[in-house]
Design a protein around this ligand. Structure first.
Ligand SMILES: [Zn+2]
Length: 476
């Protein structure tokens, strides 16, 4: 599949797409647009942003088609060698998973707006795109220069394309560093001066190094941290196999608060390069873009990533101990002050992400797979450390998950893990049965306040409640 992406009128927020299908070998073609994007487990139905949709043959004559579901079209291709689908996509929202165009920036999340052929989803694809003078492209590994203006972006298959957001702009600030044989790019979009860029790059190198030490290797040869900066509040990141797209603000020069948010978000997203991009729940392998992909283990994908994102910043020295405690206290408060006593377990809230995971739910219903998931992860970590006399920890669980489920050996496809696989690796590392843990922390709905406190003692901390029943963290 070949795509051409442009915008006839950037101020209007319309992105124009041509999807070119060659070597047609059947009378009918099926094309679909994803109904959701990996990283956010809810239906977003991107097809609702398409205004006009037409199909042409090699002579530029219109050919018939019909829409057979909300986001699937059947094209009558009898007698044609080439089909061009021309459509437009309205892109006025800016978040880490959207697409947007204006005079300054062309920001594309291909999963929003690139059609795919379900039966040819593993075929190579490319995007042809024109850039203007002094513009750069952030986020893409393989760029072919046709000339100064026209660039072709190459992808292994539709999964790769859908997982490769990019920004084209004149206002990109760039830096990079290397660890082993991987190049990490830092891209900042926005009309801002970043005076402490070299310090930021150095801090990124520190936490990336610690994460790579944990797993022993990085899954990719190139990784792009793409951060779009704003003067107002934003805090959103989406993980991808060789990048993360982030929207963040307010950006204030040399602000410590901004750096804490930037590092917190980026360390979390980098951890996903292993945990979910590679170590993936088997229900998400491969992604089915047409419908809900239900899974029970988002407390592993998001909870452990939340726990490790901050822990890695502390271990690498990017966060001092006091800052680390503030991060811990933040997610303790989010859970215990806001969601303790909810009727759902982590397993149930993971399953129901597709229902109300990203909107406010009715009272006392769901728990956060991020916050309660991180607390459950910390309890397990401290338990394994306690029973092994600090010889083993959750690090060993992550390493085993990587070796068994994340690392593609000799080019074999990833296999994906089940809840039972995760339980069995945890028990293997612990050296004992952990039924009590999974019943209480993962499948249970009783408060974890007492249990967490019992384990926090091991690291000299105590979680207290004030007169308004709100939690706060203290050192013993
Ligand atoms: Zn995440």
């Amino acid at each position: 599949m070949k795509y051409k992406i442009y915008s006839k009128n950037r101020r209007s927020h319309w992105i124009d797409i041509e999807c070119i299908i060659e070597n047609i070998d059947s009378d009918e073609l099926i094309v679909s647009l994803p109904a959701w994007r990996p990283g956010r487990y809810e239906l977003q139905n991107f097809a609702k942003n398409i205004q006009s949709f037409h199909v042409f043959d090699q002579n530029n004559e219109k050919i018939p088609f019909e829409k057979i579901t909300k986001d699937t079209w059947k094209i009558q291709a009898k007698g044609t060698q080439l089909v061009i689908v021309r459509y437009n996509y309205y892109s006025s929202a800016i978040n880490a998973g959207s697409s947007f165009v204006d005079e300054q920036t062309l920001y594309i999340n291909p999963v929003n707006l690139c059609l795919y052929r379900p039966e040819k989803i593993r075929e190579k694809c490319s995007i042809s795109i024109d850039i203007r003078e002094n513009e750069q492209i952030a986020g893409i590994q393989s760029i072919e220069d046709v000339d100064n203006q026209t660039k072709i972006l190459h992808f292994d298959d539709f999964y790769h394309l859908a997982d490769s957001p990019f920004i084209i702009s004149k206002n990109l600030t760039h830096d990079s560093f290397e660890i082993n044989d991987t190049t990490f790019h830092l891209w900042f979009e926005g009309n801002f001066n970043i005076p402490n860029l070299s310090q930021i790059t150095d801090d990124f190198r520190k936490f990336a190094t610690k994460q790579i030490e944990l797993f022993g290797e990085f899954p990719e040869k190139v990784f792009h941290f793409i951060t779009w900066l704003f003067p107002n509040h934003k805090y959103h990141g989406v993980e991808h196999r060789s990048s993360t797209m982030q929207t963040l603000g307010p950006f204030i020069e040399n602000s410590q608060d901004f750096l804490v948010d930037l590092y917190g978000l980026s360390s979390h997203e980098l951890f996903h390069a292993w945990n979910i991009c590679k170590i993936r729940p088997k229900e998400l392998l491969p992604y089915d873009y047409s419908k809900e992909n239900y899974f029970k283990t988002c407390f592993v994908a998001e909870g452990l990533t939340t726990y490790y994102g901050d822990l890695m910043l502390y271990r690498s020295g990017v966060f001092d101990y006091e800052q680390y405690l503030r991060e811990l206290e933040t997610y303790y408060k989010r859970h215990f002050d806001e969601a303790d006593g909810a009727s759902q377990s982590l397993l149930e809230s993971s399953w129901d992400l597709w229902l109300d995971g990203y909107s406010s739910s009715i009272p006392k219903r769901k728990v956060s797979v991020y916050h309660k998931g991180a607390i459950a992860g910390q309890i397990l970590d401290l338990h394994i450390q306690r029973i092994s006399n600090k010889q083993r920890s959750l690090d060993d669980v992550m390493r085993k998950m990587w070796k068994k489920f994340g690392k593609s050996v000799n080019g074999h496809p990833l296999v994906g893990y089940s809840l039972e696989d995760y339980i069995s690796i945890c028990e293997e590392v612990a050296g004992e049965k952990l039924e009590w843990y999974f019943e209480t922390c993962i499948a249970g709905t009783d408060s974890l306040f007492g249990l967490l406190n019992e384990y926090l003692k091991d690291i000299g901390l105590s979680l207290q409640k004030n007169e308004h029943d709100l939690v706060y963290l203290t050192k013993i």
